[in-house]
Design a protein around this ligand. Structure first.
Ligand code: SAM
Length: 270
């Protein structure tokens, strides 16, 4: 399927904060229920060990995405990491609640653009459910910035650009209706815009379909990485299976090479 980069509501600066935060709050709940990214823990722990980092700067964090379950999984994989959550439009209430309730998580209250990460935010960079927001030029610049700053980086997406993934999106409004009572923080407005006027189920469906059409394959991720840093980084891309999803989870990992030389380029699956 050809990659299409159509507009997501979430990308529009005028899209109301209420709907934007409600969508990222929903994602935290859905990802937590499915433990969608926990299978990435051993791969991420291994990459962090190779890069020598114990701290993570998570970019495009939304409401905190996978970290409530991924951080314990990372620790179980032997990596005692701490994570700084950041976003261009920080969902301050959700990030603050999460940071207070989860040891090892903290957040940046001011906006952080993933394409120009301030120097005080050190450590291994991660992006979950977010790389598809970037057009090829911006995606290239984001990877090149990590390389310039000599940071390890992990890009992980929730699904593939396939017909089965689009079919799964058709279930999203039902998922929103079922999961909304579990979404925190509790808001009457969330119930109103879900069950009375169903803006949220439809908006999350719309962005989910557009996101699916924007997903990159492991080979496409690797190609971008090769262009960003052909020499000085060791890159690996592939897919993992998650017990919480019928769809393969694509990832790209880049770690600075200790010795300059030929880049290690590898496509794998786990
Ligand atoms: C689909 S949400 C994913 C949130 C979270 N990582 C998760 O897995 O649930 C994408 C997030 O990317 C953020 N975002 C989009 N463009 C960005 C940019 N250029 N820099 C930083 N964050 C950005 C949005 O504000 C949104 O919170």
């Amino acid at each position: 399927m050809k990659r299409l980069h159509l507009v997501e509501l979430e990308d529009l600066s005028w899209w109301p904060r209420l709907f934007r935060d409600a969508a990222t709050d929903y994602l935290v709940t859905a990802i937590r229920q499915a433990r969608l990214y926990d299978a990435m823990a051993p791969i991420l722990a291994s990459a962090m060990r190779r890069s020598g980092a114990h701290q993570i700067t998570d970019l495009c964090s939304g409401g905190g995405g996978p970290w409530p379950t991924l951080l314990p999984a990372l620790r179980a994989a032997g990596m005692d990491a701490s994570v700084r959550l950041t976003d261009k439009y920080p969902n301050v209430e959700a990030l603050s609640t999460l940071s207070t309730s989860t040891p090892g998580l903290s957040f940046e209250p001011s906006p952080v653009d993933a394409a120009s990460v301030p120097p005080n935010l050190s450590g291994f960079r991660t992006l979950f459910t977010a790389f598809h927001h970037f057009r090829d030029d911006d995606a290239h610049d984001l990877l090149a910035a990590a390389v310039r700053d000599r940071r390890g980086i992990a890009i992980v997406e929730p699904s593939s650009r396939t017909w089965p993934a689009l079919a799964v999106q058709a279930l999203v409004p039902l998922g929103v209706l079922i999961l909304t009572p579990k979404v925190r923080p509790f808001r009457w407005s969330r119930l109103f815009w879900t069950y009375v006027v169903p803006v949220l189920p439809l908006a999350i469906l719309f962005d989910g379909v557009v996101s699916t059409l924007r997903m990159r394959t492991p080979a496409e991720l690797l190609e971008l990485a090769r262009e960003a840093a052909p020499e000085s980084y060791s890159w690996e891309s592939g897919v993992v299976s998650s017990p919480g999803s019928p769809l393969p989870i694509p990832y790209l990992i880049g770690v600075p090479r200790v010795e300059q030389g030929q880049a290690g380029l590898m496509v794998s699956s786990a």
